[in-house]
Write a protein that binds this ligand. Sequence first.
Ligand code: ADP
Ligand code: MG
Length: 274
Amino acid sequence: MAVVDSGPMSPVEPQPTPVVEAAGLTKRFGPIVAVDGAELTVPAGRIVGLLGPNGSGKTTLIRLLLGLVRPDTGRVTVLGRQVPDRSLLAEVGYMPQSDGIYHELTVWENIRFFGDLYGGLGRGRAREVLELVELDDRRHSLVADLSGGMRRRLSLACALVHRPRFLVLDEPTVGVDPALRATFWHHFRELAAGGTTILVSSHVMDEADRCDELVFMRSGRIIARGSGAELRASAGTADLEAAFLHFAGLGPDGRPVGDGDATAGRHPTGPGPA
Ligand code: ADP
Ligand code: MG
């Protein structure tokens, strides 16, 4: 029997296995180091925000975690299984940055397609997710005829249809109006309260405070992590935008402070692929 000597007044609570454990992840595209030695843990039942400017490596990191690209170095486990692992398909939901839905199919056909892909879910569940994203009345519309915001909603519904334990959302609210953005975050909170673990990327800091934990990325590197309050406190700043600049070694004008910016000019920045 294992005995943990933590004293009678401080029982050690069993820690659930993290949903993601990644170590030493690096991915290069030619001369570009898109992800540079990333170490990441995503605890179960939390909403973790992955924040960084365009081109900082968020999408590549997400794709590495999902086993969609092969790392040059490093390893990843998701739900305790070494990635890539086909059995994870049924338990992970992924909303890509560019919608993975089919424009020549209707809303309903897309939902059924993704339901079947993940193991054949009933019409009841298909209706449920369409109601959740308020697209039930558009179920016979072709995706090609939907607005951008409606496509984002459908893409979210397709990622949710199989009730994944781990949900990965790559910039889910880009191009989404403020009311819908609030609705999305309401859903994310409800899902997390129900035990779903969520990793959500964003390049805008104003969504950061909706997350339980934040991971800041810049130039392929994870430069800081913690709760919003912790990051603000350790940066000594009032807002997260300023905290990000602090951890990136940048001044309030976004320019390197002194000669402390070791990552500047290491590879081109600018927007990543759509
Ligand atoms: P983010 O999602 O934070 O905008 P990305 O992961 O898309 O960042 O991109 C990180 C860097 O890797 C960028 O410089 C981008 O141009 C580059 N990159 C991403 N995917 C590819 C690819 N398939 N081929 C070449 N370069 C890529
Ligand atoms: Mg991206």
